[in-house]
Write a protein that binds this ligand. Sequence first.
Ligand code: 5AD
Ligand code: SF4
Length: 482
Amino acid sequence: MEINYDLIDTTGPAPEKEPLRQQYYILKCREILREKEKKLGRKLTFFDQTFGCQMNFKDSEKLNGILEEIGYVKAESEAADFVYYNTCTVRENANVRVYGRLGTLKTFKKKNPEMIIAMCGCMMQEPEEEEKVRKTFKFVDIVFGTHNIFKLAELLYECLSSKQRVFDVWEKTDQIIEDLPSDRKFGFKAGVNIMFGCNNFCSYCIVPYVRGRERSRKPEDIVAEVEKLAKEGVVEIMLLGQNVNSYGKTLDQPVSFAQLLTMVEKVEGIERIRFMTSHPKDLSDELIKVMAGSTKICRHLHLPVQSGSSRILKKMNRKYTKEQYLSLVEKLRDSVPDIAITTDIIVGFPGETEEDFQETLDVVRKAQYDSAFTFIYSKRSGTKAAEMPDQIPDEVVHERFDRLLKVVNEVATEQNKKLEGRVETVLAEEIDEKDSSMITGRLSNNSVVHFKADPSVIGKIVPVKLEEAKGFYYLGRMCENG
Ligand code: 5AD
Ligand code: SF4
């Protein structure tokens, strides 16, 4: 996957084929950057501000990889020569936060007139948001969407050479461009896209509109990337997709997600495999069997329930009932010992009654979640739910939200005692933010553990005795042989 730039002739026109075309533009941008470096007597810098989910963070690693290939150096703050915001639009408050911060960039640009500001990500896929940036935020130079992040070098070249604003948002795509650079945040763990987009159309969700239809990467491309990562020292991978359980259905030669996991498991050097996100309607017995028989697949499943009421689930277009969900949880707990199950819950979906809400509390208690992300329903224009009657008043939603949080915390605290006293393997991830003599790591079940150790253990999987459960984390002691 190494790029051989010697084979690219930048004196001629740009090649049509990808990724060659982008490699050509990387070189063209490099030439411009070299000139600027000479003039300024220093390297040029970049900074990214990423909002949203793992997909977006993964996209930013790719964008950063391209910027580094061009010659930009990562800066610690927004006082940089190239700043981009990778946005999220899943809930209204995500948008509000982005515009709030964007204003501050203007002051940086006043001090550094050559600064380039770009906006990308899910929010930019919404025509009204793109328009707002075009009209209201005139200091934004480049705007692109979720489908063409691979084109950053080309867009940047256009902007640098023409000194004009560049807007390029695609409505959809069926392309998957392989073999572009990527800058990973951690040396020992990495996310790997296995699919893009989503076909589910849950009635509250904007994702299918901003990330497009489901497209799976070929298994051989995924395995090749995992092999490369393993060679670079990665021990834990996270397979990423909006709905990993429907992986491979649209490939010319269909492959199931369980089959993909079996292939990825064979890669030497990879010790832990995680994946995200699973839709309950597509979680197969085959997958449960593969998880149960695996020593590498982590004992954790994120299984968003969204609501405990079958009536609301139907309106959400989730395609399962409360009973089906709970029996799936039971099957998982029976088959995969010590599995941690986490979830997403929305409170205040249109038409949600107190009885519906009670069903949600009941599911939290019965499913015994290890943790749950709880969200207040946010109306997203363009979705089916935005048109539904009986939007719930704010004060009712907030009151339910507080009650839900209490039950989630009670259940999670109980669950987090389960492994107390045991010795478990922990991937040491970083120096503890609060106490620099401690290391923070994660168990296979995704629980956080803090333990005393030398920073040299970071990136290694070590045995730790879980001495005390503290609600949402453990305090542990690293074992002698670790
Ligand atoms: N309002 C509130 N929460 C939402 N989510 C998705 N769309 C909305 C919305 N309109 C939540 C779901 C999803 C998570 C990523 O965000 O719980 O699983
Ligand atoms: Fe936000 Fe959804 Fe886009 Fe992720 S895919 S960044 S959650 S809108």
